[in-house]
Each structure stands twice: as C-alpha cells, then as structure tokens.
Design a binder for this molecule. Structure first.
Ligand code: BG6
Length: 475
C-alpha cells in the first residue's frame, strides 16, 4: 500500500517568465524580469538597484526567449503526459493579460494563450495549478506607481485576478496568489517590483509593499471563493526550517526569529491577522504601516485553503560572529554552513530530513493541507558520447526527498500533491543561467542563449515516471 493518498497530485512546476519567452508577442507588455540579465548585474537588480526600466541594447536577457514554451508547450506537455503527470503548476504572466497592468480592458490574445494551454493540459488529464503572480510585474506599474509601494496595485491586482477567475473558472480549480511571498524581503525587485533610491528606509518600504500584497491576496481569495466555489486557493511560502547552530538559547531564539520573518506572511494569509511578534518588530524598528480600516476584517475573513510551499534546503543560523563567517547561499536565504550536510554545486544545502521537519512544522502551525509546489536539485548535466544524460545525482536528491515526504504523510501531515521544480530545464530565477538545470527533460540551450532548444529525456525521466505510476511506492 502506498503512503501517498489516492489522487495525489504528482507533477511539475514552472513559471511563465522562466519558460515562455515570446516576451513581447501576442500583445504582452514588458515585465520586471524582462529587465534582468545574468550574473552579478541580475543580483543587483533583484535587490532593487536598477538604473533604467528599458532593456539595454546588446545586453542578454534570458527571459526574452527562455525555452520558447510559448510556441512549444504542446510538445512539452506531451512529454509530461508520458511521465504520467497528474498536475502541472504554471503561472500566468500578468502582462499578457494586462500589458500595462492598469489597462481598461484585458488583452484577448493573452487570455486565449492560457485558454489553449489549459485545454492542452486537460486533454492529457493534467490538472492545471495556477500561480497568479510569479516574480513578474508589468513595468508600467513600476514606472507610474512605484509598483507595490502603492496601494493602487491592490485594485489592479484584484481586477487581474477577477478577470482570470472569470475566464478560466471551468478549467482551473487550484490557484495560488503570490509565489514565495516572503521573497519580497530578500529580492524586493523580483518579489514586488521595488526599486530603491539612495537613503530610503528599505525596510519600511518592503513591509508597506508586503501589506499591500497581503491585502491583494485576501481580495483574490475572496473573489475566488465567490466566483469558483469548488476551487481551492492557497498561499505560497519559500520554506525551509532554520536550525540553531548550537543549543545556546541565543541561537535558538535567533533561529525562531528567522523563521518568523517568513511565517509573518503566512500567519496573515492563513490565520488572518498580524501576529504579535510582527507588531513588536514594527515598533522596535520605528516602522509605520499604513492600513485601511477595512483591512483587518478582510484579512480575517478571507484566509487561504491550503499552504503551498517550496522546499530546497534547510537553513542554519548562529549568533557567534566566527560561525557567521561560514555563510553559504541557499535559495537566496543565507545560511551558516551546517557541518552535517552537503551542498549543491550552487551552495544550496541538501537536507532531505529537513523536508520532513519543515512539512511537520508547517502542518503543526497551520493545520491546513499542504501542497509541495517546488522541490528539486539545480545541477550541471553532461551529455555522454552515446547521447544519454545520466543524472543519478538528481534521482538521488529526489528519491530521498520524496521518501521523507512519505514519512511526513505517515506522521499525519496532510499533503495533497508534489510538483517538482522545473521538470524541463528552464532559466534560473536567481542567476539567469540555463546551466543550472532541474529537469527530467534536457533543453539544448546555454547561458548565452545558444542552442537548438531541442528537448531530450534524461535518466530521471523514467525514474519519475515510475514513481508516479506506483503512486510513490517505487522510488
Ligand atoms: C524558487 C522560485 O525560489 O526557486 C523559482 O519560486 C526558482 O522561480 C526556484 O526558479 C529555483 O531557484 P533558481 O534560482 O535555482 O532558479
């Protein structure tokens, strides 16, 4: 007997800006991610340092063509169907629907594209799971309103959400509001289109933008429940428990505080109110968050149905300045090196047991179904002389993580599905590279945008197919 419930949603997860390309086709407007090149420049922009809001001539922007999913989605979905996918998580690009974000009417060509995409999924019995905002904001909203600094974005977002609920209400029953909403604190341009001027109080701006996103999220939840009563709508957290480096109570407290930085968002989205520790944080840091009178009731009455989360790594923290010197990256959240764990080629800590711990922690806290909407290993893949791609390291990572997810289910944690990240190779969100691959399917494209875009199955393709066919019994 499988540990995984019947109907468990096995599949993969993608984001529009990392796969579609066709960045100005079909009437789409420019989005924030279309201004992000690769490498260190990308990182500077990610944290809010950007000089111009138009693409620079001669610069290479990976989102502009990405893996050309916009034109090749049928071929890709056929491969996902061959693996037996039950679900595919995709995002809708806001700027395909409202090219400027504040347009009077939606763009029909954009709406039609997602209609066709969802039809293709449904044809293959693959459930579409849709993220409304995954790291892309129409650039016009940044230029005219300062993006999520402005309360106006709440209305624009609600109009966008209502438009897509109305259009896709027969086809899409799983929704998510903001991808990794807590990423706003770490990559404010990526998470919320925030650009900072010298001398500004960035913390104040970030938390004000966060409030706007939380209100927008609650408005979307309300609209979804009204318009598609049989749908489920969730939040989405970049998760991964923080461990204290030692049993020193100062380390323990710091680890708790680090986790609360992220839980803050989900506490509001799932429990419906600002937690006491957040109010204290605002007071201690002299932050004043402007809220409208109706916000408290809106947040309280329109909480999410499930907790979507990504898990790549656990995190470790310390109060000891010596230990803090050993920081590794790890999905943007800096972490002290954990002596018990290995890291990926990109310095992300590999911790399968941490997956079980994180799932238990989230379930204990929220008591709502969990949906694992991202997990995977970014690695360099080589094509052998006989044309195979033997990604045993990826199989090893996934096998151990899926096994721990099974343990969490046996612990009593309710998990409704698992969509691994990047089932086909895509552009990396943090670095813009193609070399950092997550897929079961290889895409012939390199960091500079060269390559035929041809798709090839890796060894992990058959492995995952078998996992799904046996409902997680054969890893
Ligand atoms: C998550 C994001 O943070 O991690 C994805 O939701 C992202 O968009 C994924 O791609 C993996 O990160 P990266 O930087 O390796 O692409």
């Amino acid at each position: 007997m499988s540990k995984f419930p019947e109907g468990f949603l096995w599949g993969g997860a993608l984001a529009a800006n990392q796969v579609e390309g066709a960045y100005l086709e079909g009437g789409k407007g420019l989005t924030t991610v279309d201004l992000m090149p690769t490498g260190e420049k990308r990182w500077q922009i990610a944290i809010g340092n950007i000089d111009t809001l138009t693409p620079i001539e001669g610069e290479y922007y990976p989102s502009h063509k990405a893996i050309d999913f916009y034109h090749r989605y049928k071929e890709d979905i056929a491969l996902f169907a061959e693996m037996g996918f039950k679900a595919l998580r995709v995002s809708i690009s806001w700027a395909r629907i409202f090219p400027n974000g504040d347009d009077e009417a939606p763009n029909e060509a954009g709406l039609q594209f997602y209609d066709d995409l969802f039809d293709e999924l449904i044809k293959h019995n693959i459930e579409p799971v849709v993220t409304i905002a995954h790291f892309d904001v129409p650039v016009n909203l940044v230029e005219r309103y300062g993006s999520w600094r402005s309360r106006k974005l709440v209305d624009f977002f609600e109009t966008y959400a209502r438009t897509i609920f109305e259009r896709y209400k027969e086809k899409v029953k799983y929704w998510m509001t903001f991808n990794e909403i807590n990423m706003l604190l770490h990559m404010p341009f990526v998470g919320a289109g925030l650009v900072f001027k010298e001398g500004e109080n960035e913390t104040q701006i970030k938390y004000q933008a966060a409030h706007h996103q939380l209100v927008a999220s609650a408005r979307a939840v309300k609209a979804c429940h009204e318009m598609i009563p049989d749908a489920k709508i969730g939040c989405m957290l970049a998760a991964g428990q923080t461990y204290p480096y030692t049993s020193n109570p100062d380390d323990i407290y710091k680890a708790m505080e680090k986790d609360r930085e992220s839980f803050f968002f989900i506490d509001v989205q799932s429990r419906g109110e600002y937690p006491g520790y957040a109010k204290r944080f605002f007071k201690d840091n002299d932050l004043t968050i402007e809220m409208e009178e109706e916000d408290a009731a809106l947040l309280k009455n329109h909480t999410v149905d499930y907790i979507g989360f990504s898990y790549y790594s656990s995190r470790t923290t310390s109060t000891d300045p010596e230990i803090l010197k050993g920081i590794t990256s790890g999905n943007v959240f800096g972490s002290v090196t954990n002596p018990y764990l290995e890291t990926s080629e990109w310095g992300w800590t590999i911790d399968p047991k941490g997956f079980r711990i994180t799932a238990n922690q989230l379930y204990d806290r929220y008591q709502k179904p969990l949906f694992v909407v991202e997990n995977g290993l970014g690695a360099v893949d080589e094509i052998t002389a006989d044309g195979t791609i033997d990604d045993d390291y990826r199989i090893d990572y996934l096998q151990k993580h899926v096994a721990e997810m099974g343990e969490a289910i046996e612990d009593g944690v309710e998990i409704i599905g698992y969509t691994s990240w990047g089932p086909i190779d895509i552009v990396s969100a943090s670095t813009g590279e193609m070399k950092k691959r997550y897929g079961y399917i290889y895409v012939d494209r390199d960091n500079e945008g060269n390559g035929s875009l041809k798709r090839m199955k890796k060894k992990s393709f058959d492995w995952y197919k078998n996992v799904i066919a046996t409902n997680g019994e054969k890893l």
